[in-house]
Write a protein that binds this ligand. Structure first.
Ligand code: GMT
Length: 373
């Protein structure tokens, strides 16, 4: 059954925008009609799809309002698209503001569109502790027809923190295996000045405090004392200045490459031996899955959904938040043992291709939609 599906996300923000956009693309490839209702065109839509439409939410600034009314403008646009395009489903990413806007948009349109809300983490792990917002989050969750979370940990945490009268289903994130795979980008090693005997460690994030990039640097500092290695830092964000200073203070300038924001990450993963994701909050850790799909084992922290993605001793290792000795000792063992490394690398690839295969996840979302019809 072909469905008309509206999708709302923050199109340019991190993993949630990536997952929402990739889902839209896969649904379109399966024949559904997709309507993105967002403030700007989703950045991952890099080719023409005859059945993907983009409806821009315009937010005007008026001097009478202290803040631009994004939420109201979004609800208004949702109502317009629900009515005009006869949407069957409105799939929103984030409980607030998007689920709340969807409920208002549905009421305004007066059409029985079904609302599916996916929780990504920040809306719960940060905003869920703010008493001025918990009521709105609970309302958004309870009034949605189906609510999903990107990991079991996030589903449990939401239930515990928000106590909604609603079941929260776990539907894991996925990546596009056609993009994230091992490619031959070995020329980059030479171009980046990586010596033949050096191992490559990679960290990718938006450099927010929760990502604990300083722990990545501290761990790498211990690793490179035992194993010749370079660290690729990909991304940019608020912690960048502090991180640059730390790298300088530790005398690591020649060993750490600051690459800034990059596309085509599969080329960087394909020259990497180890991924580090040492966050203190992470509902899933999409970047770990991206690396694993390219055959790169990962070391992550024991928080949120990370242990659902990285399985201790199978496709990587799990360490306590802030335990840089444990991270470096695991990394040194892994990078120094070729046989162990190739086993974990193969398992990482296998995990991405089975537990998190895009086809499997797409089927789960399609089943949710179909059951609502
Ligand atoms: O982690 C961020 O800073 C961005 C954030 C977002 O909203 O895009 O990422 C969240 O959603 C991703 C996709 O589901 C998850 O992979 C990230 O783990 C999650 N981030 C946090 O929970 C901190």
């Amino acid at each position: 059954m072909k469905l008309r599906i509206g999708i709302t996300c923050y199109p340019t923000v991190g993993g949630s925008g990536v997952v929402a956009t990739e889902l839209g693309k896969l649904l379109a490839e399966n024949g559904h009609e997709i309507h993105f209702i967002t403030s700007s065109i989703p950045f991952r839509i890099n080719k023409m799809y005859h059945n993907i439409y983009f409806h821009q939410v315009e937010v005007n600034q008026y001097s009478v309002f202290q803040y631009p009314p994004y939420d109201i403008a979004l609800a208004n646009k949702m109502a317009e698209i629900i009515e005009r395009e006869n949407l069957d489903i409105l799939h929103v990413h984030y409980a607030i503001p998007h689920a709340v806007c969807a409920i208002l948009g549905k009421q305004m349109a007066d059409r029985d569109v079904k609302i599916v809300t996916t929780l990504h983490g920040t809306d719960i792990t940060v905003l869920g502790y703010d008493p001025s917002l918990t009521g709105a989050i609970r309302f958004g969750i309870e009034k949605s027809d189906v609510v999903t979370a990107v990991s079991k940990a996030l589903a449990d945490q939401t239930t515990e923190l928000i106590r909604p009268d609603k079941e929260i289903k776990t539907v894991y994130n996925f990546i596009d295996e056609r993009v994230y795979r091992h490619v031959d980008s070995s020329h980059l090693r030479k171009e980046y000045g990586i010596h033949e005997d050096e191992k490559v460690v990679i960290h990718v994030s938006n450099f927010r405090g929760v990502k604990r990039v300083k722990d990545v640097i501290s761990s790498f500092n211990l690793i490179q004392k035992e194993i010749p290695a370079k660290l690729l830092l990909v991304g940019d964000g608020p912690e960048m200045t502090v991180v640059c200073r730390q790298v300088k203070d530790l005398g690591l300038k020649d060993r750490v490459l600051f690459l800034g924001k990059q596309d085509n990450l599969e080329e960087l993963y394909s020259i990497s031996d180890l991924k580090l994701l040492l966050s203190e909050k992470e509902s899933f850790g999409l970047v770990a899955l991206e690396a694993m799909a390219c055959g790169v084992p990962a070391i992550g922290t024991d928080i949120g959904g990370i242990p659902e993605v990285i399985q201790e001793g199978f496709n990587g290792y799990i360490c306590k938040v802030g335990d840089i000795e444990a991270v470096s000792s695991r990394a040194i063992t892994l990078l120094g043992d070729e046989k162990l490394h190739s086993t974990l690398a193969a398992n990482a690839f296998e995990t991405a291709r089975t537990k998190f295969h895009s086809k499997k996840i797409l089927e789960q979302y399609e089943l949710i939609y179909r059951e609502l019809m």
